[in-house]
Each structure stands twice: as C-alpha cells, then as structure tokens.
Design a protein around this ligand. Structure first.
Ligand code: FHF
Ligand code: ZN
Length: 187
C-alpha cells in the first residue's frame, strides 16, 4: 500500500526529470502500479482511512512522485457532493499526451498544492482551461478525451510531474496574483 513515506519531496532530482514512456502492451508491473496509485487516492479521500494512515487528501498522483520515472498518472476527482460518491473523473492514464488546448487559460482561485511540497506556495497557477488528451487506459486501450475546468487543471498538474515541472514554476514571480485579461478563475 502506498502511504506518505513513499512520496518523494522537492529537492529529489526525480521530480525534475523527464519520465520515460511506458512500453505497450502494459506490463503486469505497470498495471499493478496504476492500481496502487488509484488506491492511494481513494484512501486519501476517505476521512477514516486518511486519518489512520496519515494521508494528505489528493486528487492526483504521478509515478515520479513515487521515485518511479515513468509516464503514469492517476486522477480521482470527487464531484463535491458528499452524498454522491460518483467522481467526475477517475482514471489511471499511461503515456498521457495533450494533443491540443484552448487559447483561454484558467487557474484555481485557491492556488495549488502538491503532495511533494511540504509548504504553502501562494499564487495563481495559470494553465490551459481546456485540453484534448490521449492516453492508454488500465485495460491497454487508447483513449481520447476532452477536459475542461478543474479536471483539466488536475491532469495538467500531473502531466507536469512527468516533465519535471512543479506547480510553482507557473506562478508569476513578481506578483503571484497577477492575471492577464481573460483568465478564468475557478472557485
Ligand atoms: C493534490 N490536494 O491532490 C492536492 C494537494 C490541482 O501531483 O487538491 O501533488 F483531496 C499530485 C477535493 C478537492 C478533495 C481537493 C492538482 C493538485 C494535485 C496532488 N485535495 C487536493 C481533495 C483535494 C495534488 N499532487 C494539496 C495535496
Ligand atoms: Zn503534485
């Protein structure tokens, strides 16, 4: 089971490396890793399990955060309604690739954090508002989807980890809350 002790923190060079594509067909090892990454996200969002295991709540996880430099991400985005467990997006993605993106940018009004960053970094993390994404799913099937708003932001945070990019690399150094005209702020 993945816990916080498996997650590497900033300063570890793996977080700044470009991860390697996963070989197809998917190996049993890569399938198992994806399943464990998704289990971590589930546990981290379960108040009882998160408390027991000392997990920070997470909506995404990238293999490099486990010191595994492979292009594998897991995302599990809850819909906000505590009564309804149906997530808006839940997938393990192998070799995810942004095929195209909107001209419009967006950022989270609350800024971003990271399981690999043990400090608050204030500021807007400006990203694409919409992305068209291809990836290989856990069954080995190639998928192509469009995402917008929060789901698109989460996936971009995860793909950044595959490219050695940290969320604060996108924050304006002079004024962390400066925004160009037209950037959508997601509350
Ligand atoms: C998180 N947590 O998941 C953050 C961190 C925008 O690479 O967002 O570092 F648990 C992955 C509902 C809403 C339930 C929010 C992408 C952030 C990715 C993980 N928590 C949440 C929730 C959360 C990072 N990460 C603050 C840990
Ligand atoms: Zn992160």
């Amino acid at each position: 089971m993945i816990t916080m002790k498996d997650i590497i923190r900033e300063g570890n060079p793996t977080l700044r490396a470009v991860a390697k594509e996963v070989a197809l067909p998917l190996s049993d090892e890569d399938i198992k890793l994806g399943e464990e990454m998704m289990e971590f996200l589930h546990n981290s969002q379960d108040p009882v399990k998160a408390e027991e295991l000392g997990l920070r709540g997470g909506v995404g996880l990238a293999a490099p955060q486990l010191d595994i430099s492979k292009r594998i991400i897991a995302v599990h985005v809850p819909n906000g309604d505590l009564e309804n467990p149906e997530p808006t997006l839940s997938a393990v993605m192998y070799n995810p690739k942004i095929l195209s993106h909107s001209v419009q940018d967006a950022c989270l009004g609350e800024g971003e954090g990271c399981l690999s960053v043990d400090r608050e970094v204030p500021g807007y993390v400006v990203r694409h508002n919409k992305i068209t994404l291809s990836y290989v799913d856990a069954s080995g099937v190639k998928q192509k989807i469009r995402l917008k708003n929060y789901e698109a932001i989460v996936v971009q945070h995860e793909i950044d980890h595959l490219n050695g990019v940290m969320f604060y690399d996108h924050i304006n150094q002079e004024n962390p809350y400066a925004l160009k005209d037209g950037v959508l702020v997601i509350e």
